[in-house]
Design a protein around this ligand. Structure first.
Ligand code: AMP
Length: 223
């Protein structure tokens, strides 16, 4: 079972991915998180991609594809996995098909207008300790610098700064139509409205997933 979450930066893919993991158990694989980890750890990969990410551009296909391939081959992905931020280009989607042709697949697009994306991302902060994501608008002033979960410092991602957000959205729109078309043709694409309460969005996603999992499950109860 492969669940692919598509949507603009800040549309809530990561949050919904975590909720899906919590309920269905499939691990969430975020290409952005894996790349940020490499940058933080100062690995050769991290050094290669840091400047590109800071600008809001896409890291080259072959680098991301190798990284994802290695991750989905791990044992915990054998029953299924959730992809957040990958594929981002049609070439990535085509390679994904070849390297892992899943029996059941659903692609969920989370729709959000650009103006809402810009407001949301400007207020987004990430914990430097546990990577938990917060929105300043929903936090009281005294909790705007410290993570409530681990006490880590909240920081703004360099690519969440206002001057970079517009470039990231441009990159997103350049790639997105072809990707959505591809999955529509495969008959696996569905879209949910992202400008809603996160729990309401999750209810919509769950009903989609319940249906798909039921259809994909063999008589032996195995996906
Ligand atoms: P995200 O956290 O998904 O917004 O990703 C942050 C940044 O990581 C992006 O702006 C890109 O620079 C890079 N990135 C993440 N996923 C991909 C991908 N699938 N292809 C190319 N670059 C990516």
């Amino acid at each position: 079972m492969r669940i692919i979450l598509l949507g603009a930066p800040g549309s809530g893919k990561s949050t919904q991915g975590d909720l899906i993991t919590g309920k269905f158990g499939f691990p969430k694989i975020s290409s952005g998180d894996l790349l940020r980890r490499a940058v933080k750890d100062n690995t050769p990969l991290g050094k290669d991609v840091e400047a590109v990410m800071k600008r809001g551009d896409l890291v080259s296909d072959h680098v991301v594809i190798e990284m994802i391939k290695e991750r989905i081959e791990k044992d915990d992905c054998q029953q299924g996995y959730i992809l957040d931020g990958f594929p981002r280009t049609l070439s990535q989607a085509l390679v994904l098909e070849k390297m892992s042709p899943e029996k059941a697949e659903i692609v969920i697009g989370i729709h959000l207008d650009d103006s809402v994306v810009i407001d949301r991302i400007s207020a987004r902060r990430i914990c430097s300790g546990c990577n938990h994501i917060f929105n300043l608008l929903s936090k009281s002033p005294e909790h705007r610098q410290i993570c409530e979960d681990c006490g880590g410092t909240l920081i703004q991602r360099p690519d969440d700064k206002p001057e970079v957000i517009k470039d990231r959205l441009k990159v997103y729109h350049e790639q997105q139509d072809a990707l959505v078309e591809f999955y529509k043709e495969k008959n696996v694409y569905t879209c949910v409205e992202g400008d809603a309460d996160r729990d309401d969005i999750f209810v919509n996603i769950c009903s989609l997933l319940d249906r798909i999992i039921e259809n994909a499950m063999g008589a032996d109860g195995v996906l």
